[in-house]
Design a protein around this ligand. Structure first.
Ligand code: GLN
Length: 451
């Protein structure tokens, strides 16, 4: 009830939620009653959970931030939502996002932008700005996000929250409206590393409905966070700083340097690592992502899902009119880019080359992780920028992802935790840690130690 009251009080200004679940209090009351009757319930039973609108839910509409899915009701729950419900978490609402998770500011939502609770004139990051803003504004203690190129970690960076992109395949994507299937991962957003670990424990694990989900016995991430909180793990930890990563603002860079100094003071050994292909990551990503997205979004054909334009004509006429009216400019831009990159005669030149760059980035990681336990970077180039500042400049918007994209291309896990406020503008900054695939627990140990 306190969280619903908070949503009523602040969400008119923040716009983190596209839909609020008024039945949440009944669900919570039912859990309270079971607890009062002496039933032993999971640790998070009764805790409200904000759910990014990219995840389908049976009791609330799922739009993925798009007009084309306005009011769409799914016949099933995404696996992560089903797991959260089974653990007693109470979905409190669906959070705003850039349309189909394309963007870094949540300004590409068809339902108006979300605003950063730290400064309402500024963006909350994207695509999962709604989830991060909801957690930062105390509208929800926990949220689920999706991270294809940084959409959990970059919003965490600009809102002073914690965001985790798990190892690719570590968390089921079933019921996550697909953006780029080889890059998408679902993960937690929270205010502390331990909270993220508690939620990650609930959603991790193999899912027969997702052919890419790993059969792996995950250790407890909450346990890892608890272990890390003493700071002992930092003694002798080898931390790599990527020589070739540039382009961070002064405020971000200073905050990062002071976090690195804290690591060193606690006994970590900080060394430089070389990842010479990271500088091509953004370019490769913006070919691979549109290619996969153009294919995934073909399902919004006016027949199977969502809206249908009220026109008479051939199937193609109806489809074209529906997609014209139902999809926003950024989505159209990427569909055009993707279909072009995949078309005969261009496939090898663009998509094929981008896939080769992807392999080189994976090798960069392998070489670096032969020398260090984790890689540390600032999570994004700048603090929260003003609404509208980059909206008309797609390349400036894409540049926000330069530090987060390499992890998606390689499938490795990443965490962003607050590293303090930038000295120049007083806005939150995040530090990102990256670990080898399946070593997500290491991120919780290190994150909790630095926190
Ligand atoms: N900002 C990136 C993009 O626009 C990341 C998106 C994401 O992670 N969903 O593609």
């Amino acid at each position: 009830r306190a969280h619903l009251d908070r949503i009523r009080a602040v969400d008119g200004a923040v716009n983190a939620f596209l839909h609020v679940n008024e039945a949440a209090t009944d669900r919570a009351a039912a859990i309270d009653a079971r607890r009062a009757a002496g039933e032993s319930l999971p640790e998070l039973a009764g805790v409200p959970l904000a759910v990014k609108d990219v995840l389908v839910t049976t009791d609330m509409p799922s739009t993925s931030g798009s007009r084309i899915l306005e009011g769409y009701m799914s016949p099933y729950d995404a696996t992560v939502v089903a797991k959260a419900r089974a653990a007693g978490l109470v979905p409190i609402g669906k959070t705003n996002m850039d349309e189909f998770a394309m963007g870094s500011s949540t300004e590409h939502s068809a339902y108006g932008p979300t605003r950063n609770p730290w400064d309402l004139e500024r963006i909350p990051g994207g695509s999962g700005g709604g989830s991060a803003a909801a957690v930062a504004a105390f509208e929800a203690p926990l949220a689920l996000g999706s991270d294809t190129g940084g959409s959990i970690r970059q919003p965490a960076h600009v809102t002073g929250t914690v965001g985790v992109k798990p190892t690719y395949g570590g968390v089921s994507r079933y019921g996550a409206i697909a953006l780029a299937s080889s890059l998408d991962q679902i993960g937690p957003v929270s205010r502390t590393v331990l909270d993220a670990g508690l939620l990650h424990d609930v959603i991790a694990g193999h899912d027969p409905h997702d052919a890419t989900s790993l059969r792996h016995e995950w250790p407890s991430f909450a346990e890892a966070a608890r272990e890390g909180s003493t700071g002992e793990v930092l003694k002798g930890l080898k931390v790599g700083l990527v020589k070739e990563l540039h382009g961070f603002s002064q405020g971000v860079d200073e905050s990062f340097r002071s976090a690195v100094a804290t690591l060193e003071a606690a006994g970590a050994e900080v060394v430089e690592v070389s990842a010479p292909h990271f500088e091509y990551a953004t370019a490769a990503y913006y070919l691979i992502l549109p290619a996969e997205a153009s294919s995934n979004l073909a399902r919004f054909d006016s027949v199977r899902f969502g809206m249908r334009a009220d026109v008479a004509g051939t199937v193609e006429d109806v489809m074209a009119a529906t997609r014209e009216a139902g999809l926003g400019p950024e989505v159209k831009r990427r569909i055009i880019l993707g279909t072009y990159a995949l078309s005969a005669g261009y496939y090898d030149a663009y998509y094929g080359r981008a896939q080769k760059v992807r392999t080189l980035i994976q090798r960069d990681f392998e070489r670096a992780f032969a020398d260090v336990d984790v890689i540390a970077t600032p999570s994004a180039p700048t603090t929260a920028f003003k609404l509208g500042e980059k909206l008309d400049d797609p390349l400036a918007m894409y540049a926000n992802d330069l530090a987060t994209i390499p992890a998606n291309l390689a499938g490795v896990p990443g965490i962003s935790i607050p590293s303090g406020l930038a000295a120049d503008d007083g806005l939150p900054v995040g530090i990102q840690f990256l670990a080898p695939a399946q070593e997500d627990a290491r991120l919780y140990r290190v994150g909790a130690a630095l926190e």
